[in-house]
Design a binder for this molecule. Sequence first.
Ligand SMILES: [Zn+2]
Ligand SMILES: [Zn+2]
Length: 303
Amino acid sequence: MLMTNWITMHLSALAAAAALGVLWLAEGLYPVFAHRRPRWEYAARNVMLGLLNRGARAVFFPGALVMVATTTERMDAGLLRMVSLSAWVETVLGIILLDLARYAWHVASHHWPLLWRFHAVHHHDDAVDSTTAFRFHIGDVMVGSFVTLAVVGSLGLRVEHVLVYELLLMPLSIFRHGNIRLPGRVDGLMSWLIVTPRMHWLHHSRWIAETNSNYSPPFSLWDRVFGTFRVRSDAAGIRFGLDGYTDTDHTTLRGCLATPLRPIKSRPGHDTRLGVENRRSAPDAACLRSGAGRSLTACRPRS
Ligand SMILES: [Zn+2]
Ligand SMILES: [Zn+2]
């Protein structure tokens, strides 16, 4: 079991590295948003955060996962064990439920101040590309790992369910943060199954109505089910980042790590007042009146 766990963890690192290589190349050739310069420096900071998180998680997560899964199996506990399911159905159901839990936790991270302190690090950069998939605070990753363990324990999931899900998670996360444009029809079709870059850019928008949308990770189903799905036609006009955070907050490793200890400067879950800067990030008023955002309507950001 530990060997399978170890192999899959390395396989997931390999899949993430391959996805990053392909996206990095594509973003260099056909970027939608202008690159931050120097590009490598921006990428190095994000990847460094990712490596730090991976190292910290590797210390406890694989062992804790095996322990929780084998304990619930021995006790014959967990919701999924109450019904008789084939291995395939159980795996698919396990992945769907893990994804739902991740969606719920992501929504909570935007609405609970304590969780937002950590999650703000993923949002306060004013640029987005494939390396943003690595840009999380270590506290965010730790809480997320405990949420996964709680789901495994309460549903009675097996280690393999988590491993298969995590094998998909990182490459798809790198993909949805990509600074690349897919052909409209391909994007439209794909977004019925997984979150595409165009869909996820809105989640990184400075305008709070958009920051609080498109939470799904990585399957797009939940935003449609719970009414948090949003799309706009002028995606390239989105302004990324969060109001109130300075360059030092979001461009240095130290600033990123210290963010949860500092006062919250922008809280999308509750800050319903649109500040001057935030209003500038919104599409124009005509667009708002037409209820755009939920449909492909021509919306222009204010200049
Ligand atoms: Zn978020
Ligand atoms: Zn993101």
